[in-house]
Design a protein around this ligand. Structure first.
Ligand SMILES: Cc1cc2nc3c(=O)[nH]c(=O)nc-3n(C[C@H](O)[C@H](O)[C@H](O)COP(=O)(O)O)c2cc1C
Length: 205
């Protein structure tokens, strides 16, 4: 029986989304019948802008185009919020995928989403909702997180994440790092998404 192939596909400027991705992968890797990898999409900002905004070096991850993703069964897309929406790097990625859209190359595949925002109310939910139009046009089945983890209803401290996916709150200056609870939510998202994909894969065989 072949494994369900899952790609965690991210864009990150300051690595918060990358840290959540690593925690999601821990959850995915608990699930038998799943193989997963973390990849990143292309940066579109010039180096002078990245230097001006104090962006660190990119994570050491393969850079993919949409063509590279056709072989996968499912995706977990990592999205740092820009103005309540996805960043232009993600838009460029999708804009370059029109040929694949025309061929229905992603029709019937599965995706979940995860996020980072500067502030608690900066757009973890709106970023998910505005990303859904793109997934819908590609015919990708959206797998929400729901509320499977107690930290999602724990208001004793700042906690990123929502029924749309794991998340972290980075602060305006990026100084806040993903908390234990946020990472634990990310583990859960990976595990639940992996179970759904493994089940679907078994059903096909
Ligand atoms: C141009 C720009 C727009 C942003 N817009 C928002 C926003 O609408 N809401 C918010 O909470 N954070 C906003 N941020 C902060 C980013 O979401 C934050 O830097 C990011 O989540 C950090 O994730 P990363 O470390 O993976 O890059 C913005 C940042 C930039 C550079």
């Amino acid at each position: 029986m072949s494994n369900a192939k899952i790609a965690i596909v991210l864009y990150t400027t300051y690595h918060h989304v990358y840290k959540i991705a690593q925690a999601i992968k821990v959850g995915l890797d608990k699930v038998p019948g799943v193989e997963s990898t973390i990849v990143q999409i292309t940066e579109t900002l010039p180096q002078e802008v990245l230097t001006a905004i104090h962006a660190p070096a990119k994570p050491d991850l393969p850079i993919v185009t949409a063509n590279d993703l056709v072989e996968y069964d499912g995706f977990l897309f990592g999205i740092p919020t820009r103005y309540g929406n996805q960043p232009s790097q993600w838009r460029s990625f999708w804009d370059a995928a029109g040929g694949l859209w025309a061929k229905g190359a992603f029709q019937g595949k599965f995706a979940g989403t995860f996020f980072s925002t500067a502030s608690q109310h900066g757009g973890q939910e709106t970023t998910a909702l505005t990303f859904l139009t793109t997934l819908s046009h590609f015919g990708i089945n959206y797998v929400p997180l729901g509320f499977p983890h107690p930290a999602l209803t724990d208001n004793t401290e700042v906690i990123g994440g929502s029924p749309y996916g794991a998340g972290t709150i980075a602060n305006g200056d990026g100084s806040r790092q993903p908390s234990e609870k946020e990472l634990s939510i990310a583990n859960t998202q990976g595990e639940l998404f992996g179970k759904i994909l493994a089940q679907f894969q078994r059903g096909k065989q």
